[in-house]
Design a protein around this ligand. Structure first.
Ligand SMILES: Cc1cc2nc3c(=O)[nH]c(=O)nc-3n(C[C@H](O)[C@H](O)[C@H](O)COP(=O)(O)OP(=O)(O)OC[C@H]3O[C@@H](n4cnc5c(N)ncnc54)[C@H](O)[C@@H]3O)c2cc1C
Length: 575
């Protein structure tokens, strides 16, 4: 079936929805999502959204900007970070006016709490900067934006999965999508497409991400010719529930929670004497693993304790409600009385589809726009997070840059007509599906997926070194070969998970390769990328963004783009 809309947005997380709102009522907009719109991963965001409102104590956007640059280990582009920090208060008041039910101070202002790496006066002490609604911040923002979209007549296509972008004469002019309920292919013809498909945590064995976080948009844009930027920077959040990876938000430490090792020691005091348990995530994840390596894991195992017991029942139940119930349900511990067993869990992709500050996908290091193609949210790399994202800056990124992408696409779509579609744009996808359906080889999807997740976890997670990375790359390339042979056992057309798993696995493998290649080449340690064989940051050689372009059957083309530095020259990163 064919559809025509001025703009197609793929993804109904906060990035996609905020862009849709900005397109206004005079732009015919469709939002596609492979899950029901409000089940997007943004709804799982817990702890908060950052803005220097100064409601609880003095704060300034300049401090927020500095913290974000330092947090990024000086890899973030400072022009983009300035936009993020300056625009943050406006973005929060806008949400307030839309009706988002934030927690309040006694005087009725939006309440704020501390989060890792957010400080006052350029690193002097932690500052309360995260606005929140208990530990359901993403949920309430997502539901509110969704209602606003419905009011504006945005058309939703829920449970429609994008399979490819349609590129004709170098322009992106639509998408091919698979309707989960019927197995039918749909062609969406548009003047421009926004990719807002979220993260790719499912590349790793342990992750806080949803099952749908399979990096589809990044991989599809990559195959369509858009370069991916800084993919080797993968964030491991320090406090996933032991063995499961389910997130215990940083809000727990923002409210005063403490990490302890087997001796009961507050070990972060030794590593980050000023801000201790509120150091940035890359650092804390490394420290936890160092403690475990030194034999200080609880009961000799690979986890430590997150202790909230001193916070008291009231704080825990009112401000940390959801994560308390997660700890009870999934770890079987009551955080009011006992510490929670935690270990680092794959949480966030700092890298993604390279864009400029207006959400335009860029095709090269000169920032030439890719006509008709836009990206925002976790699948994009602006880059405001550089080598390590600070907590509560992701939600902010979605709103600030989702809005800017919407604004830019509106201008673009009102200035041009529709580019004609190529003949039969869905043919390649239909052929691929037919081939998968007809294959009986017996090569198992779950087996390839779990081998990829294991090797990525073992060799490409928090600590990396050349031998492990080379072994991982070799294995990923072999898995990609075997992937060519996979077949589908479910031959049905209605909610065929088997088929979609196969397609998603292809995306995960492509991204695993890009991450590993970037990590192998980058011979330094910066932010979340720790090379044990190159333990120092090397600004002379590596103060640049990795760009990776798909080249068909050949090895991907890797090149570098300079970092934008406006105000803050790289310094030693101490906390
Ligand atoms: C557990 C958890 C807690 C977090 N807590 C916080 C927090 O407190 N503060 C903070 O700042 N950040 C937090 N983050 C990070 C932040 O929530 C995410 O980075 C962010 O929500 C991503 O939003 P998004 O709009 O880019 O995409 P998502 O919300 O991930 O949505 C992706 C959308 O794309 C759609 N999609 C994907 N592939 C396809 C396809 N092929 N076809 C069609 N549709 C597709 C999905 O259906 C979905 O609608 C948290 C993340 C997690 C996992």
């Amino acid at each position: 079936m064919n559809h025509q809309h001025d703009i197609v947005i793929v993804g109904s997380g906060l990035a996609g929805l905020r862009a849709a709102i900005e397109l206004g009522v005079d732009t015919k907009t469709a939002v596609l999502s492979k899950v029901f719109a409000t089940r997007s991963h943004s709804g799982a965001a817990q702890g908060g959204i950052g803005a220097a409102l100064g409601n609880e104590e003095e704060d300034k956007w300049e401090w927020h900007m500095f913290d974000t640059i330092k947090g990024s280990d000086y890899l973030g582009d400072q022009d983009a970070i300035e936009i993020l920090a300056r625009d943050a208060p406006r973005a929060i008041y806008e949400l307030e006016h839309m009706g988002v039910p934030f927690n309040r101070t006694k005087e009725g202002k939006i309440a704020q709490r501390a989060f890792g790496g957010h400080t006052r006066e350029f690193g002097q002490a932690p500052v309360k900067r995260a606005c929140y609604a208990a530990t359901r911040t993403g949920r309430v923002i997502l539901d509110t934006l969704w209602e606003k979209c419905l009011q504006r007549g945005i058309e939703f296509y829920d449970e429609f999965q994008m399979l490819s972008l349609i590129i004709e004469k170098g322009h992106c002019c639509g998408v091919v999508a698979y309707e989960l309920a019927t197995g039918e292919l749909h062609v969406f013809h548009s003047k421009a497409v926004l990719v807002a498909t979220g993260g790719a945590g499912k590349i790793f064995k342990t992750t806080s991400n949803a099952f749908a976080s399979t990096g589809d948009g990044m991989a599809i844009a990559y195959r369509a010719g858009a370069p991916l930027e800084d993919m080797e920077f993968v964030q491991f959040h320090p406090t996933g529930i032991y063995k499961l990876g389910i997130l215990i938000s940083e809000a727990a430490r923002g409210e005063g929670g403490i990490l302890r090792n087997a001796q009961g020691d507050r070990f972060m005091e030794r590593y980050a004497p000023v801000i201790k348990d509120l150091a940035p995530r890359d650092m804390i994840s490394r420290c936890i693993l160092q403690e475990i390596r030194a034999g200080q894991g609880i009961d000799g195992k690979d986890y430590v304790h997150l202790d909230l017991t001193h916070l008291g029942k009231e704080v825990i139940e009112s401000k940390l409600a959801e994560i308390t119930s997660f700890a009870r349900t999934y770890a079987g511990v009551d955080p009011i009385k006992e510490p929670i067993p935690v270990q680092p869990t794959c949480h966030y992709m700092m890298g993604g589809i390279a864009t400029d500050n207006e959400g335009r996908v860029i095709a090269d290091e000169q920032r030439t726009p890719f006509p008709g193609l836009y990206a925002a949210g976790e699948c994009a790399c602006v880059s405001v997070h550089g080598a390590n994202r600070l907590g509560c800056n992701a939600l902010l990124d979605l709103l600030v840059f989702g809005r800017r992408a919407g604004r830019e696409m509106r201008k673009y779509s009102h200035s041009i007509g529709f580019q004609s579609l190529p003949p039969n744009p869905a043919k390649a996808d239909q052929d691929r599906i037919d081939a998968l359906m007809q294959n009986h080889s017996g090569v198992s999807i779950p087996e390839i997926r779990s081998q990829m997740q294991e090797v990525m976890m073992d060799n490409v997670s928090v600590f990396r070194e050349a031998n492990g990375l080379e072994a991982a790359l070799k294995e990923v390339m072999q898995l990609k070969q075997r992937y060519q042979q996979i077949g589908i056992t479910d031959k049905g057309r209605c909610f065929n998970r088997d088929l979609l798993d196969a397609i998603e696995l292809g995306h995960l493998l492509d991204l695993a390769e890009v991450i590993t290649r970037g990590a192998l080449l980058r011979q330094e340690s910066r932010g979340a990328h720790t090379r044990e064989d190159y333990p120092e940051r090397d600004d002379e050689r590596w103060l640049s963004h990795t760009m990776c372009r798909f080249t068909g059957d050949k090895e991907p083309d890797i090149f570098y783009k300079p970092v934008v530095i406006t105000e803050h020259q790289p310094q030693e990163r101490k906390y």
